[in-house]
Design a protein around this ligand. Sequence first.
Ligand SMILES: Cc1cc2nc3c(=O)[nH]c(=O)nc-3n(C[C@H](O)[C@H](O)[C@H](O)COP(=O)(O)O)c2cc1C
Length: 370
Amino acid sequence: MDFRGRVFLAPLTKGGNLPFRRLCLAHGCEVTMSEMAYGYQVKKRSKSELALLRKHAEETCFGVQLAASRADDAIEAAKAAIDRGASWIDLNCGCPIHDIVKRRMGATLLQKPDKLGRLVEEMVAGIAVPVTVKIRLGWAEGEENASEVARVVEEAGAAALGVHGRTREQRYSRAADWGAIARIAAERTIPVIGNGDLLTWYETQEKWQQSGVASVMLGRGALIKPWLFREIAEKKAWEPTAEQRLALYLDFARKLKEHFRDDDKGRERAMRFLPWHLEFFSRYRPLPIERWQEASRAHPLIQTRMADDEPDLPLLERLLRDPRPELHQRLADLLWAAGDEGQLVEQATALAQEMRPVAGEIAEARVSNG
Ligand SMILES: Cc1cc2nc3c(=O)[nH]c(=O)nc-3n(C[C@H](O)[C@H](O)[C@H](O)COP(=O)(O)O)c2cc1C
């Protein structure tokens, strides 16, 4: 496993489900990662947790991310992941959610670098594949200790280090700090994987080159544009029409069907994901280099929600940008039932006509979706 020169799909709870990872693979992604799995739950053989370790045959380079605070949990869980084809194991040191923090896992590990160092050392000794660590810049602003954590992790034998350029408390409120990511990359000899706010091929290229990181990782950018991987590889944008995007979403619905099965139970399970993904898809906007390169330096394009209310948008384009949850549910139903692309376009057009937003509705839905 070479951690240099790669574009990683970030570990994404809920978003990094197997059908979505396959969609990314179909659009140029080569390195996938699992959703975060709790080490102690995998050790207990929890069915839902074991399901997170499952790899598809198309995934040739697949990392499993674990949340753990004890080495024995992590090592046992890693064995189960390796049995299922994991190429490497990543330790989560960034997750900010209450349940994780309460159990002294995730971002809390940043607060005790010595303990983290011992944990990584034991993992490296007990796990047969490379061990990587994914961190944030620190717990809170003013408490950034990523440089120290990175050193400890390298000395403990980690094969690579992922750095999300924010603190635990910042969540997504601030732009990722690529200057801080660059400093860590300069201080370390293990590959550093830079992560945060990459939504276009040109900002990825610029941040990658300027920061000197070995690799980059895409989270929300991939959730919004699963074809971002190919754009980065080809150094050019693909600005799909609404019809082309519908075809891609149909392909995703088919992959969900294949995974969860085409019956009532499978439909119910898939519907926990499909409308959720449609919300991310609805954030897509074309961001051509001529217009946005300068702006991307000043403001993360990932936060961009412009042009929603352009009066001249074609009906289908407006539908696919619409942030209203009830519409994502209706569109998900259409995608699940659709026979072919032609039929889908017809039905989606009828839906767009039926659900034309009334004034103010779009802005309101956008605020509630964050
Ligand atoms: C829906 C969602 C789920 C996430 N789940 C995880 C996770 O399980 N493990 C993890 O280390 N980071 C997780 N993250 C953080 C991402 O991996 C990534 O570090 C972060 O989103 C910054 O990258 P981006 O700006 O490209 O989105 C998640 C992010 C999102 C949006």
